[in-house]
Write a protein that binds this ligand. Sequence first.
Ligand code: MG
Length: 379
Amino acid sequence: MKSGRRNFIKSVGAASVAATLPLSACKSPDSSQAPPVIGTGKMKLSFRPYELQLRHTFTVAGNSRNTTPVVLTEIEYEGKTGYGEASMPPYLGESQESVMKFLNRLDLGQFKDPFMLDDILAYVDSVDEGNRAAKACVDIALHDLIGKLVDKPLYRLWGINPNNTPMTSFTININTPEVVKIKTEEAERFKVLKVKLGGGNDREMINTVRSVTGVPLYVDVNQGWKDKHEALDMIHWLAEQGIEFVEQPLPKEAVDDLAWLTANSPLPIIADEAFQRLKDVSEFKGIYSGINIKLMKSTGLREAHKMITVARALDMKVMIGCMTETSCAVSAASQLSPLVDWADLDGNLLISNDVYEGMQVLEGKVTLNELPGIGIKKI
Ligand code: MG
């Protein structure tokens, strides 16, 4: 009897769960009583600004830069620490100052139970409009924290099969043929590339990449095309070059033109700049073929997971992407990647001063680990 019980404890890993959960969480369930209050501790949020150094100048249709400001967050609770991150590329309208100002307004100490994510994140969302990256860094740290409290990777808590991770693309930015050729050769270990277009040298960009590799390509125009007929002609040409989809071909305001393009395009048209929050998903049915989810737009993992569910119900394609970020936010997004059609999770590879290690790209594929939470540790 005793050895049988020991085997049971070993097989379900109850000992390790008991060691990490607050005592009150381990009481036997009793359906006649109200659910037990889990935890008596206080969540403590801390944060600091950090400047990401880009390995190469980052150029898309519209801007160029060498650094990206981020804010790194930590939420401490009963001896465990969850890590989060807000990344602020300039076009999103947030800054280190705005993020820290937003975080200073939060009172997470009012919540005794970090597992009450719906309550906590609804509160965070209600504090002010916008501030999506600021909200994301709290969401990511909370998800990392709850994973650490039960000592399980987040994908396991969500019932996601880690073997179903997609390939990730690596981005080739707009540049001269000489530089594009070198960058493409350097990206040899990636099985998919994303090529930025919209800089006035589209065919040259694709022809240069194609002179080096035959791997599948994604195209991101970053709203750089202006005429829907020219866009359609270009997309027909791209379809012959082995391109899989086109991201944000026209300005996000050109809704009717985008709907026309999506109806006539031989390739899926994906919303990126136009797409931000959960409510956008159903509104975009018929305008775009699919959506590009990024945690810095979705306010984090919880809403991103809901977006995927809604998009699937609407038979829309789903891509998950990132900003230039450390391995913190990229590893968080990777937890959801087995649920999507395409992943563009290369943000941590574009920087030279990462502060975490986490998800890896092996043989071009997003590869999750067994670390609890979002799967990272400090370097
Ligand atoms: Mg994009």
